[in-house]
Design a protein around this ligand. Structure first.
Ligand SMILES: Cc1ncc(COP(=O)(O)O)c(C=O)c1O
Length: 340
């Protein structure tokens, strides 16, 4: 009898290099007495003051959550039945999934394909905003699954059109893989925009997806708007300690992000010449590709045989590849080449 080796699934844009060694060390040496005692209230959090200091905001403007998913869910649950949400046409499927479950309408604005790039249609964003008057405007940059970013000038144009009672979330889950990102300007915008949230995660850049740790930097009115209350008994002490260790490992993460950026460029270039695969430029740690119907069928059939899976179907003929380590990237590029 043959036993099948289970597939290793890494198709959700995890960082395959893994977290900094200091994070593992922190986890291994975590004091047991801290596991069986509560943290000293929320403001006993070790992570919140560090994030506040790092980004120049008050601790009250930092919300930590069990992944960015948990933050988004908190916001979605705050919406009332007659509210609606506006986001971009191609979006992280959790938005649709969670809002559908809550019965909250989700409207979208258009995106365009321009050669090897996806582009947000900012005019349509503003038009749809005026039409639907959403309570929540949910933008994602770099975007999942398309990998494109919202230019700063476009973001400013959108913010100028939005009314103060609309909450604006900029989902920056893929922050850190884009060398053109200007963090200081985003923080300045945060200071100027009381209804803005920058949502981030330790899952991608910091390689800690299983830790389920996210955070939001909030404009001055957000906590008030959401009537947000930090957890009464505090947050997971282990997760906080590991996340805190990650924040101190800037050199390690600058190195892993650079590897992702280099690999991403190499993969897109290797795929660009193929007739049956159309890759899109990306500023995240994933690449979207569009296959011909024949290549799509062949990929669907072959996928269950892959030992390591870094590609998943997004919609239609579009597939999303998580950029991993060189060996797994080489394997998926080589396989895609055979589909022609
Ligand atoms: C755009 C976007 N936002 C948020 C998340 C949630 O990340 P996490 O809950 O792991 O922090 C993801 C995960 O893939 C994502 O792609």
């Amino acid at each position: 009898m043959t036993t099948q080796t289970p597939q290793i699934i890494h198709d959700r844009n995890e960082l395959l290099q893994g977290p900094a060694p200091k994070c593992i060390e922190t986890l291994r040496n975590f004091p047991i007495e801290k596991v069986f005692s509560y943290p000293d209230g929320y403001y006993g959090s070790v992570l919140v003051p560090e994030l506040a200091k790092r980004y120049g905001v008050a601790p009250q403007q930092v919300i930590i959550s069990y992944g960015a998913e948990n933050l988004l869910e908190t916001v979605f649950k705050w919406l009332r039945d007659d509210d609606c949400v506006l986001t971009q046409q191609h979006h992280y499927r959790f938005y649709t999934f969670a809002l559908k479950h809550l019965g909250i309408p989700l409207h979208t604005f258009a995106m365009r394909e321009e050669g090897h790039d996806f582009v947000f249609d900012v005019d349509d964003c503003i038009a749809q905003y005026k039409k639907h008057k959403p309570r929540l405007l949910l933008l994602t940059s770099p975007n999942n699954p398309t990998g494109n970013v919202l230019a700063l000038e476009d973001f400013k144009r959108i913010l100028a059109a939005v009314e103060p009672h609309t909450l604006v979330i900029m989902d920056e889950a893929y922050w850190g893989f884009d060398h053109t990102y200007n963090e200081q300007i985003m923080l300045d915008l945060l200071h100027q925009t009381p209804n803005l949230v920058l949502a981030r995660t330790f899952s991608k850049y910091y390689g800690l997806a299983g830790l389920r740790m996210g955070y939001a930097l909030c404009g001055t009115n957000v906590v008030n708007m959401l009537k947000y209350q930090p957890p009464f008994l505090g947050f997971c002490r282990v997760a906080e300690a590991v996340a805190l260790a990650a924040l101190g490992e800037g050199d390690y993460y600058a190195g892993t992000a650079q590897q992702v950026i280099d690999e991403r460029g190499r993969m897109v270039e290797a795929l660009k010449g193929l007739a049956h695969v159309h890759p899109y430029n990306s500023r995240a740690n994933m690449i979207l590709v569009k296959l011909t119907p024949e290549a799509d069928a062949a990929m669907t059939e072959a996928l269950p045989t892959f030992p390591v899976v870094t590609i998943r179907k997004d919609h239609g003929l579009y597939w999303r590849i998580s950029v991993g380590t060189k060996d797994v990237n080489d394997a998926i590029v080589a396989f895609l080449k055979t589909l022609g």
